[in-house]
Structure formats: structure tokens, C-alpha cells
Design a protein around this ligand. Structure first.
Ligand code: 8YV
Length: 311
């Protein structure tokens, strides 16, 4: 038994193909008249599929009084109105664990690229500056640095484990102490003062909005590097831009931004910033696995079985 499925954003193509094979899929993002589509589904649509970036708001869910499940292609559910879901008995699923390694790997890639100026070095060669100007300016090595992890969840812990392989010192901040040997800093400002690098790995949403504030970035300091594979909302992006411009922070590696996919021109112009287009989980294996979890949750839902990855 299965019913119509509202799709809020295009998915990983193999996943979308399998979804369309199994269900009658209504792509809201293609609707010429969104309100009309929602009204036509109002009495019959129990399931919506979205992505971490797109989410689903209260107004859309209110237009679907029969909605009972929101399945998210992504681990971050900060763009889903969870309060509305809870108040209206709407289950939510996401895609944890299967993306942890790839997201942690990209954090390390951004860390090394930022410290060692990998992108600038590539440009130095391609643009003939090695010939015309000689060696590129020296930069900073990773070994021995103090790495502050903001949010030691599954992804933050995977990043920390990777950092141990580079002979770094590690500490972390978050709402709670974790059963690990690394030092815990309940005060993010203190962690920033201690750190040579801050890596944001916390969930997005109101609880962490602006968590990495101007004050925190100033405490990280002029030799500091900031890496973000969490959400753009976690950092004061305007303050980061100002401090990168003024030398108040040495460099950054960013996979997420406010108002994606629109990245401020100031960041695009900065050679000390490495940019990625929210790619951390974007590998074939991981996206296939994320899609598999979405489909498994829908199958469980329609079969009346327990959800696989409930939030
Ligand atoms: C996806 C993500 O790119 O898992 C998440 O929360 O941010 C990424 O894995 C995103 O969900 C796609 O919108």
C-alpha cells in the first residue's frame, strides 16, 4: 500500500528515479501553482520528501492536513519546522551516519587547503607566477596545532579522530561533556582562545545561530583558521568577512554559507578563503546511501512498520 508523495526539492538522481518508480511523486518545486497542487493533495498526501537544505515550513505542512511523515535527504533538519511537526504528530526522518565519513573528510580537506594554501598554490602554478615571481609565500603546517571542535557529535568526533592522525592537540565545545579523553570547554570563547583552528561541526538551527560570533572569531585571532562544514547560520558571516579582510582571522575553509547558493563577493575575492558549494556529503556512495535511507523510511511508513532513522 502506498500513496502520493510530495517532493519539495530535486533529489540525487538515482534516488529520485527509484522514488518515482515506487510512488506517485508530486514535485512541488516544479508546480506552476504551488497552492493548487497542495490543495489537490490536501486530503490524501501523508508523506513529504525534502532535503536538508530545503526543509519544509509550517505553511506548507498546514496546507496538507493529512501529512504524517517528512523524510529528509540529509542529516541536518534545521530547515524543517520541527515544532510544527511535533505539535501535529508528524514524524520526521533523516539520513545520519552514512555521510559522517565524507563530511569529516571534507573538513580535513578544507583544513589542509586553508593552512597550506592549496588552491592559491594551484593558481600560482597555472598563472605562471612560479616562473615570473618564484616560490609562493610559505604558509602553516598542521602538525602540533591546537584544533577546537565546535560540536562533538558524530561528525565532530569523526573530524577529531582524523585530526589525531596529524599529531594535533584536540579540544571541543558543545552543550554537554562527552565520554572522550579530549578536554571539554563549556565556554566557546575559552576554546577559541586556546585554538589555532576552530572547526564548526554543530547542528544548524536557532540553538546554534551565530554561535561562532565576532567575539569568538576575535578570540581565535589573527593566526587562526575557521572551518565550517555545519551550516552557514552557525557563524556570524559578516563578522567573519570583516575579520578575514582586516587580518583579524588568517584564513577559512567554508562548505556552507548564509543564503546558499549566493556567496558574498568579498569571500569569493579572498585568496585566504577556500570555498566549496555545500559538497561535504556529495559523493556517489554517500548520496546513494542517503537515498537508500529515505526510501527505506518510506517503505517502512507505508508498511506500518517502525521508521528506520526517526529524528
Ligand atoms: C546535503 C547536508 O547536501 O546532510 C545534510 O544536512 O547538509 C547535506 O548532506 C543536504 O541535505 C542537501 O540539501
Amino acid at each position: 500500500m502506498s500513496g502520493p508523495v510530495l517532493l519539495l526539492s530535486p533529489l540525487h538522481e538515482p534516488t529520485q528515479a527509484r522514488l518515482e518508480e515506487r510512488y506517485t511523486v508530486h514535485p512541488l518545486y516544479k508546480a506552476a501553482d504551488r497552492a493548487a497542487l497542495l490543495a489537490s493533495l490536501a486530503g490524501q498526501c501523508e508523506v513529504a520528501v525534502t532535503t536538508g537544505g530545503r526543509g519544509i515550513d509550517a505553511a506548507t505542512m498546514a496546507a496538507l492536513p493529512g501529512l504524517r511523515l517528512v523524510a529528509c535527504f540529509g542529516v541536518g533538519v534545521d530547515a524543517i519546522d520541527l515544532a510544527y511537526c511535533k505539535a501535529h504528530g508528524i514524524a520526521v526522518t533523516n539520513t545520519p551516519d552514512v555521510l559522517t565519513d565524507d563530511v569529516a573528510d571534507l573538513a580535513i580537506a578544507l583544513l589542509l587547503a586553508s593552512l597550506r594554501q592549496v588552491v592559491a598554490g594551484d593558481r600560482w602554478v597555472r598563472e605562471g607566477q612560479w616562473v615570473s615571481r618564484g616560490p609562493m609565500p610559505i604558509n602553516r603546517g598542521l602538525a602540533g596545532l591546537r584544533i577546537g571542535i565546535v560540536g562533538l557529535g558524530r561528525i565532530g568526533a569523526a573530524i577529531a579522530l582524523r585530526c589525531t592522525a596529524f599529531r594535533t592537540q584536540i579540544a571541543y565545545h558543545g552543550p554537554n561533556r562527552k565520554p572522550v579523553d579530549w578536554p571539554y570547554y563549556p565556554d566557546l570563547l575559552e576554546l577559541a582562545r586556546w585554538s589555532d583552528v576552530l572547526i564548526a561541526a554543530s547542528p544548524g538551527g536557532e540553538a546554534t545561530r551565530g554561535l561562532v560570533s565576532r567575539q569568538v572569531l576575535e578570540a581565535l585571532g589573527p593566526d587562526g583558521h575557521f572551518i565550517n562544514i555545519a551550516r552557514g547560520s552557525v557563524v556570524d558571516q559578516a563578522a567573519l568577512i570583516e575579520l578575514l579582510s582586516s587580518g583579524g582571522v588568517a584564513g577559512a575553509g567554508l562548505d556552507v554559507f548564509d543564503n546558499e547558493p549566493h556567496v558574498p563577493a568579498e569571500l569569493i575575492a579572498m585568496p585566504q578563503v577556500v570555498l566549496q558549494p555545500h559538497q561535504a556529503s556529495a559523493t556517489r556512495g554517500t548520496r546513494d546511501a542517503m537515498g537508500g535511507l529515505v526510501l527505506d523510511n518510506l517503505e517502512a511508513w507505508f508498511a506500518g512498520k517502525a521508521l528506520v532513522t526517526p529524528v
